[in-house]
Design a protein around this ligand. Structure first.
Ligand code: HPA
Ligand code: ZN
Length: 335
């Protein structure tokens, strides 16, 4: 199964670039930028990666992102992630980035997007991996702040495919961002959002009804509401599930209790993703492996999950079909 997963062509649809920041690279860039970290070694930093909830994690994640200052930093971070994608047979990736996390330190939108885009272009050239960027609004900040970010993004909008909504979910419902999502859609961005990770099913309802999202990040708590499940299926919205993230942030106590297979059996379209791989103990293939073992998934399940990752990506139909044909060929030869 491990080899089957390793060579399985796949896409990753739920990934925060700031969450790919491995401790070693983080230390290297901190040193380069002469920023003092509250940790003395890579090991000490890695020791801090124990979380009881989403907020515990976010505090450390924002601290880590705080060493990113220059275009080259964003390039190195992104290229390092894409190198790992190449090693895992990830053919396409949709990368979230949080401009507001960096704006506070005076890092310009241009610096961030140029660094990330240069890395995605190089990865396409060197590894044949395609990438789209998702600009994510931080939901713990105001809608007014999100509007500022939207305005800053306009000169670069040809480089951005979608908008997302991330950070502290509870107390920050999707309804808070209804106006800025409407404005984002008018600019041509596809609307996406985290919903139902820690927030309940009501937040998922708001995200689909008020923000009109085309894909649900996490969505675990959709299962609290049968009508919602029916509606998600009717609207053909996929859930980007992140098993090791759910375990690390105690959304589930044990991977054996993870609802992924239940979701599939209900007819929901789900994909497997790493979310913040540097913090949650594994890249995308490790997520496939861990959930396969925990839920005893078959090769057919894994094939379906990989197929969903292309089908529910934001790629054009022709490119989706090309990727799926390759996947089908692989499955026929290896099942
Ligand atoms: N949830 C919310 N915000 C985030 C996450 C997440 O899993 N990762 C990075 N920002
Ligand atoms: Zn996420």
């Amino acid at each position: 199964m491990k080899i089957f997963i390793q060579n399985l062509p796949k896409a990753e649809l739920h990934l925060h670039i700031e969450g790919t920041f491995e401790a070693e690279l983080l230390f290297k860039i901190a040193q380069r930028n002469q920023i003092k970290l509250p940790y003395n070694s890579v090991e000490e930093l890695a020791e801090a990666y124990h979380f009881n909830c989403l907020q515990d994690f976010l505090d450390i994640y924002y601290q880590g992102a705080g060493v990113l200052l220059y275009e080259q930093d964003f390039y190195d971070l992104t290229y390092s992630y894409l190198t790992k994608c190449a090693e895992q047979n990830v053919r396409h990736t949709e990368i979230m980035f949080d401009p507001q996390t960096h704006a506070d330190r005076g890092v310009s939108f241009e610096t961030i997007i140029n660094g990330i885009s240069r890395a995605t272009a190089d990865a396409e050239k060197n590894f044949g991996i395609t990438s789209f960027l998702i600009m994510s609004y931080l939901r713990h900040l105001s809608e007014e702040e999100a509007f500022k970010t939207l305005a800053q993004s306009i000169p670069f909008k040809h480089q951005i495919k979608a908008v997302g909504l991330d950070s502290s979910e509870k107390g920050n419902p999707p309804s808070k961002f209804q106006n800025v999502f409407k404005a984002s859609v008018l600019e041509g961005y596809i609307p996406l959002a985290h919903a139902g990770e820690e927030g309940n099913a009501d937040y998922v309802w708001e995200a689909i009804d008020l923000l009109g999202i085309k894909r649900i990040d996490h969505g675990n708590n959709s299962l609290q509401d049968e009508k919602l499940v029916t509606e998600i299926i009717k609207r053909d919205l996929a859930l980007t599930v992140c098993p090791l993230s759910n375990l690390a942030l105690k959304v589930v106590d044990n991977l054996k209790d993870h609802p992924l297979k239940k979701m599939m059996n209900l007819g929901l379209k789900v994909t497997i993703n790493s979310d913040d791989p540097a913090y949650f103990g594994g890249q995308v293939n490790k997520n496939y492996e861990a959930i396969q073992v925990a839920l005893n998934l078959t090769k057919e399940d894994l094939y379906q999950l990989a197929k969903n990752s292309f089908e529910y990506s934001l790629l054009d139909d022709l490119t989706k079909q090309k990727n799926i044909q390759e996947l089908d060929k692989y499955y026929q030869l290896n099942s």
